[in-house]
Design a protein around this ligand. Structure first.
Ligand SMILES: Nc1nc2c(ncn2[C@@H]2O[C@H](COP(=O)(O)OP(=O)(O)OP(=O)(O)O)[C@@H](O)[C@H]2O)c(=O)[nH]1
Ligand SMILES: [Mg+2]
Length: 374
């Protein structure tokens, strides 16, 4: 099964403590305690592998390394290693700070905590303020990873403490103090994958959605003559004809169309029947919905309405998206039946296309439609 939801506990590294020590060179007994290294931070990195959340099914705690304490001779402690969590693009993360109490104020700087979250929270969708304190009291944040290779800071490592060298002054040439280093941010985070696709294929089970995806892309989705063959979303990449004819250079610049095929929907899906409902979130962000209706259906209008009904129950915005109806498996119905079906479907005021995976001409029309969308 596609892992599309995980809950993780994420902790950035604690800052290393500053050092208290003095030079041993005779007559130069000044302070030489170095600063502690900053704690490692935790980042999210977008990857194209849809199944990347799978690695978080069992291990739930992810800690970046603590900073190393400061050394003698004013040597700064090493910074803790950052931790990179790879997540599929389309992953939304809601993170709640769990150590807000430790973060309330900076004991080292009298309440200011400069250097943390400089420049704001990257790629955040929203950040909720809960009272005062650190980071202006932001204790809940939402992120979305949308690009391959994109890195987003989720938990900032704690600052390293200053060593006693930093506290020397004319009034106190031999300070006996150093800072302990600050805790890193710690979050409980909910990860949820919402596939980013351009087109979503929906319809009753067995309507021929995966077969069509396979004709248009190299998805290689499982196809079989029974309902609920597709148990998890499939993604395929369609290359518009113009891209295929273009030069290598032009091809690199062109953006292909991502098509998502989700498990079949049935009436009552919104009440938990079948499989498809929970997967609708994966097509929430598509631009276009293609609704497949099989030409060998007994009652074509009822089947169409059942799926549309579930779509509206899930999300009115999803139902309002640009939609097309594909009358699939057209080779299984005779001309008179097809004509009747077309008349019935046209009442729903959406463009209708007749499709069979065994009819190259009809597949050509589908490709032309997709080409116009690219
Ligand atoms: N004759 C004919 N059969 C088709 C066509 N498209 C799909 N089929 C067959 O219909 C059956 C179901 O196809 P799938 O592509 O698995 O259907 P699906 O909509 O993905 O089904 P679920 O994953 O269960 O929702 C398979 O046996 C396909 O070979 C078509 O255009 N013509
Ligand atoms: Mg399928």
């Amino acid at each position: 099964m596609l892992t599309d939801e995980v809950k993780l506990h994420i902790k950035a590294g604690h800052g290393g403590a500053g050092k208290v020590c003095f030079s041993t060179i005779p007559r130069n007994m000044g302070p030489t305690g170095g600063n502690g290294g900053h704690g490692g931070s935790v980042y999210l990195e977008g990857v194209s592998d849809l199944a990347a959340l799978r690695q978080y099914r069992y291990k739930k705690d992810f800690f970046a390394e603590d900073g190393i304490r400061g050394g003698e001779a004013n040597r700064e402690g090493r910074k803790g290693e950052d931790l990179i969590l790879k997540v599929p693009i389309g992953t939304m993360v809601r993170a709640r700070l769990t150590n807000a109490d430790q973060m309330e104020h900076d004991p080292q700087e009298g309440g200011t905590f400069q250097g943390v979250h400089e420049g704001g929270l990257p790629s955040k969708l929203s950040a909720r303020k809960l009272g005062g304190g650190l980071h202006g009291g932001i204790t809940e944040k939402e992120f979305e990873v949308t690009k391959v290779g994109e890195r987003i800071l989720i938990a900032k490592g704690g600052k390293g403490g200053k060593g006693n060298f930093m506290f020397r002054s004319s009034r106190n040439p031999s300070p006996m103090i150093a800072q302990p280093g600050l805790p890193g941010e710690e979050f409980d985070a909910d990860f949820e994958l919402r596939i980013i696709a351009d087109i979503g294929l929906i319809g009753l089970p067995n309507a021929g959605k995966s077969s069509l995806l396979n004709e248009l892309t190299k998805a290689g989705a499982r196809v079989a003559n029974y309902p609920f063959t597709t148990l998890e979303p499939n993604l395929g990449v369609y290359y518009p004809s113009a891209i295929l004819k273009a030069s290598d250079e032009e091809q690199k610049k062109a953006t292909p169309i991502i098509i998502a095929d989700i498990p079949g929907l049935i009436e009552g899906a919104s009440a938990g029947k079948g499989l498809g409902f929970k997967f609708l979130r994966h097509i929430e962000r598509t631009k276009v919905v293609i609704h497949c209706v099989a030409a060998d259906s007994v009652d074509i209008s009822a089947g169409y309405k059942a799926v549309r009904g579930e779509l509206s129950k899930y999300d009115k915005l999803l139902a309002a998206k640009e939609s097309y109806i594909f009358l699939t498996k057209s080779d299984l119905a005779d001309a008179a039946t097809l004509k009747k079906h077309m008349t019935a479907l046209k009442r729903f005021k959406k463009p209708v296309l007749t499709v069979s995976i065994h009819n190259q001409e009809q597949l050509g029309e589908v490709k032309k439609l997709l080409d116009r969308m690219s």
